[in-house]
Design a protein around this ligand. Structure first.
Ligand code: TXA
Ligand code: MG
Length: 378
């Protein structure tokens, strides 16, 4: 199959919608990362999404809804009318909190898990009684949902367990030859996936995946402290309690090792630890600097390891939003470079988008080297 990258003109969006109607998955831009879409009620098309991605069926998809949903006097009522959400299964406290959160954060990088209607295929939700819903704010995503005339179930447009794509070229690198159409909306503005939230019966939010909507903003709207699921906790709990939150997610194909701090300020202990972790005979390594110019860190790591270092920075000026926007692209560049092993600095800020950056780096870093087996080998 030849994959074509199309400018998102109205004619091309219409062509993409026709492909969707034939059951062909289409890759499209959102403000977070590129997604791979299929109409939510078309089970055969959904099955194609799983097979194109090589995604295991225990990992549920996010359903993307039209921005017209927010125009209704009750967002939840609109989601019920669309046969997505079973409102009668929601306790009054959760109902009220859901309405408030959706009004505050839609359209945008915010996904809410709600009780599902039987019409939503079990394949979409991995057999769970709940469905994850998001209203993307990217105009091309909205144009595609409108042209398709149905909500679109869409995971990130990468092969399972690998880095999410934030450009059309990255989608082609992941899925070229497996899909017909990539709509090119340029580089994604947010760069990390949506924040996934579930509610308890009292309407208290629990964050299942940190992402593009900061926890602090959710706490402000919910009027309650938000419990954040951490990468290590989820890995221990396994895929059942928090599906899809595998430790080995979002990983480059090369081993990635997390440094204890900024490379430029590496002490003797950190240097010898990095040396010990390095496979014998390694000649080139990659370095992901989070904030600042990469040169000082590059020199420090090169002298610690005695090998060549290829460095990238997420934000020379120390801007958290820029760092999030560049995260997957920078990891992808290092993965495609001549480096054999990658090192990353930890994210020094754990507020705002810092949660999501730290989470993705920790999950990527848990990946075992290729061929080592274990869940990461998927
Ligand atoms: O920003 C995003 O959310 C992107 C763009 C394309 O919208 N999508 C995305 O989808 O990141 P994906 O498939 O890579 O991640 C979906 C994750 C699942 O792995 C799981 O952790 C969570 O959303 N999820 C989906 N349905 C769920 C459910 N019913 N209960 C709990 N978690 C769910
Ligand atoms: Mg994904």
């Amino acid at each position: 199959m030849t994959t074509v990258v199309l400018e998102p003109t109205p004619a091309h969006v219409a062509r993409a919608a026709r492909a969707l109607a034939r059951g062909e998955p289409v890759a499209f831009p959102t403000e977070t990362v590129y997604g791979l879409a299929a109409p939510v009620f078309d089970e055969r098309a959904i099955a194609r999404v799983f097979s194109v991605k090589e995604r295991p069926t225990f990992d549920p998809l996010i359903v993307h809804v039209s921005e017209s949903t927010i125009e209704a006097s009750s967002v939840l009522a609109r989601l019920e009318e669309q046969d997505l959400v079973e409102g009668s299964s929601l306790a009054p406290g959760a109902r009220e909190a859901a309405e408030r959160l959706l009004r505050s954060f839609w359209p945008g990088p915010f996904t809410l898990v709600l009780p599902k209607r039987p019409a939503v295929p079990d394949l979409v939700t991995a057999g769970l009684p709940t469905v994850a819903l998001r209203m993307p704010r990217h105009p091309v995503a909205q144009a595609l949902i409108a042209a398709a005339g149905a909500p679109l179930a869409a995971p990130s447009a990468n092969r399972f367990g690998r880095l999410s794509p934030t450009t059309a070229a990255a989608v082609v690198a992941e899925l070229g030859g497996r899909i017909e159409i990539v709509l090119d909306g340029g580089a994604c503005a947010v760069g990390v996936e949506s924040t996934v939230v579930a509610l308890d019966p009292e309407g208290r939010p629990r964050v299942l995946r940190p992402g593009g909507t900061p926890l602090e903003a959710i706490e402000r709207i919910a009027g309650a402290k938000v419990h954040a699921a951490d990468a290590a906790g989820d890995a221990r709990a396994g895929p059942k309690s928090s599906p899809g939150m595998l430790a080995s997610h979002y990983a480059p194909s090369k081993p990635l090792l997390l440094l204890p701090g900024p490379a430029a300020r590496m002490d003797a202990a950190a240097a010898s630890e990095a040396r010990a972790a390095l496979p014998g005979g390694t000649e080139r390594v990659g370095l992901l600097v989070v904030f600042g110019e990469p040169e000082a860190g590059r020199l420090a790591l090169a002298s610690a390891l005695g090998c060549q270092v290829i460095a990238r920075t997420l934000s020379p000026s120390g801007d958290l939003e820029e760092a999030a926007r560049r995260l997957f692209a920078a990891l992808r560049e290092l993965d495609a470079s001549e480096a054999e092993v990658l090192f990353a600095e930890p994210c020094p800020i754990r507020t705002g988008l810092g949660h999501a950056i730290a989470d993705r780096l920790e999950r990527a870093a848990r990946r075992l080297p290729r061929g080592a087996g274990g869940p990461g080998a998927l």
